[in-house]
Ligand binder design. Structure first.
Ligand code: ADP
Ligand code: MG
Length: 665
């Protein structure tokens, strides 16, 4: 093997590569596996079977040729990839290739390569190469006149160190359809390949599958842990095109573009087992297709992903919808805001099991980068996620500065979130904004907010009951969408890859402009609150482009724009209506309160103030409700005001069922 390998490394193309690497100051020579295979099959096989010997010999030879210490050979592009969950004992000690999402990476640390010691008794200098993970000291002094067992001092400045980093990859979301838990594999990278990839990157790694034992040396178990000694890391730049479309697929989808009913067919294919929710399904279809982000000449970037929030009564198929979408979306991922384990939604610093230092671990939004994240129980997310997610939704990056790790991770992810109302169910008399336990700033990041109410309506109930019963008796009869999930995913992948609709038509632009100006005009009259902001305007453009892309057309038409406007109107109307005036009021979800609501809140606080005077500093809740009721303010509204006041610290409960103001004005 040695001779063949040396011959191989003296070939012209290798020498050329080496010269280039040395000129660029790099200490790695990357060799495609195919090159070795073409040169000699047996040589390639010896790499796969005895990688440690192979690479040690190769490194020594390269050092000899270049006279650069630490020159390394790295092999990329094996012809087969092992799935992380299929790694078995037979692969231990072998050269393998795995693919996944980099979820954790630790800080770069110096690892001793050659430790230099000085004997405290005679001053003899002793070099000890460090070949294994356990740090080795000399047994006895090498000076024959001394020969004592030390003690020895480590001479740091004479010792040699190399860069060392531990990382962890996990199976990519697209391999996890059907709710499988991702498996992970830990690895170690050395020298100039540290920090090649950041958490969230999709990577292909080659390396030697090592094992190590846990625990103190005296009580070692026979069961080992896996650890990949990484040879090469390649960051995959591909976006959503995880599955290759066959030429037949491309042809079939290309023809679909001529179908005048394509839009309806796609919408009908969204979660076909769930009854109703046409507007929500249309919104989801548009979200799946999305549009490309816009990068301005000055580097500013406007996201192309649409974010949707479903907020509603329990048992209204929200979770069901979310699960369906995460299964169909390319790089789709389903998670719950509440999930306490792991890195949560954004990113977090965790303890490194191998080195004891800190590692950066990517959360759901980073892992789903380039895809879609379904987040259930959104209101229950951890407080540290709540602040980081703001940046993630708008700028689509997550900046981390924790435990000495500073990094910016990409989270170019569309978010479909579901939340339950604060009081368990929606109350018709209270604006939606006040009933969702999500801060208004966060709410404002969503392009579309749909309240899902579970109100009895005899006719609809009968149809729904019929639908659900049929579903249970003969599912295949009810659920026959125009496109099945697999084909729909292919259409989405095709469209996202090939179609980037343009908004050029003067007339179309004018209609969006008019919509914006018209709706803003209401604000000018003074009395009415501000109905719509520039965020919604951007939202309309995104949805209009997604509409065109869904039709597999690269031009936004007036109908595309109208449909987008209608959807935004529908969402604003449902979610943002000030129940008192019936007007759409963006303040309702931006600040949680409409104008007339504000006046009512003011009035409730006044009542509390008056009662404080009568009842020795604390107002009985019963009385507040009674007086408010007599002025046409509902008891549940009073409860919300009290609830909110208690939470933001302006009100408190000195005795049961008594309320006081914390700040007396
Ligand atoms: P949520 O998350 O909104 O509380 P789930 O998604 O858990 O509700 O849904 C509860 C159950 O009710 C599911 O089995 C779902 O299929 C069913 N269901 C609710 N609404 C519908 C509907 N419109 N069409 C079909 N099934 C429905
Ligand atoms: Mg649910």
């Amino acid at each position: 093997m040695k001779e063949k390998l040396e011959n191989f490394l003296h070939r012209r193309e290798i020498l050329k590569g080496l010269r280039k690497a040395a000129a660029g100051g790099r200490k790695s020579l990357v060799v495609p596996f195919e090159q070795i295979l073409k040169f000699d099959m047996a040589l390639a096989k010896s790499l796969l079977d005895n990688p440690t010997d192979f690479l040690d010999t190769a490194d020594a030879t390269l050092e000899g040729i270049t006279k650069v210490p630490g020159m390394r050979m790295r092999v990329m592009g094996l012809d087969s990839t092992v799935e992380i969950r299929n790694i078995r004992a037979g692969q231990v000690g072998k050269f393998i290739q795995v693919e996944g999402v980099l979820t954790r990476s630790g800080e770069v640390k110096p690892e001793a390569k050659v430790a230099v010691f000085k004997c405290q008794r005679c001053g003899e200098v002793i070099k000890v190469p460090q070949a294994t993970e356990l740090f080795r000291e000399p047994f006895i002094c090498y000076n024959p006149n001394c020969g004592k067992k030390g003690p020895f001092d480590l001479v740091v400045e004479k010792s040699e160190f190399r860069d060392w980093q531990s990382l962890s990859i996990q199976e990519p979301p697209e391999k996890l359809r059907g709710g499988r838990m991702p498996r992970r594999l830990n690895g170690i990278v050395r020298d100039d390949f540290v920090d090649k990839a950041v958490p969230g990157n999709h990577v292909v790694m080659t390396g030697i599958l090592h094992v190590f034992q846990e625990g103190p040396s005296r009580q070692r178990k026979t069961v080992f842990r896996k650890l990949l000694f990484v040879s090469h890391i390649e960051v995959l730049q591909k976006g959503v095109e995880e599955t290759e479309l066959t030429p037949e697929d491309e042809k079939k989808i290309g023809e679909l573009a001529k179908d005048p009913w394509i839009r309806n067919k796609i919408i009908q294919s969204i979660a076909p087992s769930i009854y109703g929710y046409e507007a929500i399904k249309e919104a989801i279809a548009l979200q799946l297709f999305g549009c490309n982000p816009i990068v301005m000449p000055d580097g500013t970037r406007i996201r192309g992903d649409t974010h949707i929030l479903l907020s509603g009564d329990p048992g209204t198929a929200k979770s069901q919808l979310l699960k369906w979408v995460s299964n169909v979306a390319p790089r789709g991922l389903y998670t719950s805001g509440m999930k306490a384990t792991g890195a949560g939604l954004t990113a977090t610093a965790v303890r490194d099991e191998i080195s004891g230092g800190w590692m950066l671990e990517a959360g759901a939004l980073v892992i789903a980068d380039g895809g879609l994240a379904s987040i259930d129980e959104f209101e229950k997310m951890r407080p540290e996620d709540a602040s980081a997610i703001l940046e993630s939704l708008e700028q689509q990056t997550i900046s981390v500065a924790k435990a000495g790790i500073v990094a910016t991770l990409n989270s170019r992810t569309a978010v479909l979130a579901a939340a339950n109302p604060k009081l368990g169910r929606f109350d018709k008399n209270i604006p939606i904004g006040q009933q969702i336990a999500i801060p208004p700033v966060l709410l404002s990041r969503f392009d579309l907010i749909f309240p899902v109410r579970d109100e009895p309506q005899a006719e609809r109930d009968r149809m729904m009951a019929h639908h659900v019963l049929q579903l249970h008796s003969a599912p295949e009869k009810v659920v026959k969408p125009p496109f099945d999930a697999d084909f729909l995913r292919k259409v989405i992948i095709y469209a996202r890859k090939n179609i980037d609709p343009e908004l050029k038509d003067k007339e179309v632009m004018k209609s969006i402009e008019d919509f914006f100006v018209e709706w803003r005009k209401v604000a000018e009259t003074g009395e009415a609150p501000l109905p719509i902001t520039v965020r919604q305007l951007e939202g309309v453009v995104r949805l209009a482009k997604a509409n065109a892309r869904m039709r597999l057309s690269d031009r936004v038409t007036k109908e595309d724009a109208n449909r987008a406007i209608n959807l935004i109107k529908c969402s604003l109307q449902e979610a943002g209506t000030d129940v008192e005036t019936g007007r759409v009021d963006i303040d309702v979800f931006m600040t949680g309160r409409g104008k007339s609501q504000r006046e009512k809140v003011q009035r409730v606080l006044e009542i509390i103030k008056e009662l404080e005077g009568q009842y020795e500093g604390a107002a009985p809740v019963q009385e507040i409700r009674r007086i408010a009721q007599s002025e046409g303010i509902s008891s549940s509204f009073v409860d919300v005001v009290i609830d909110q006041g208690k939470r933001d610290g302006t009100l408190y409960e000195p005795k049961p069922d008594m309320i006081s103001r914390a700040v007396r004005a």
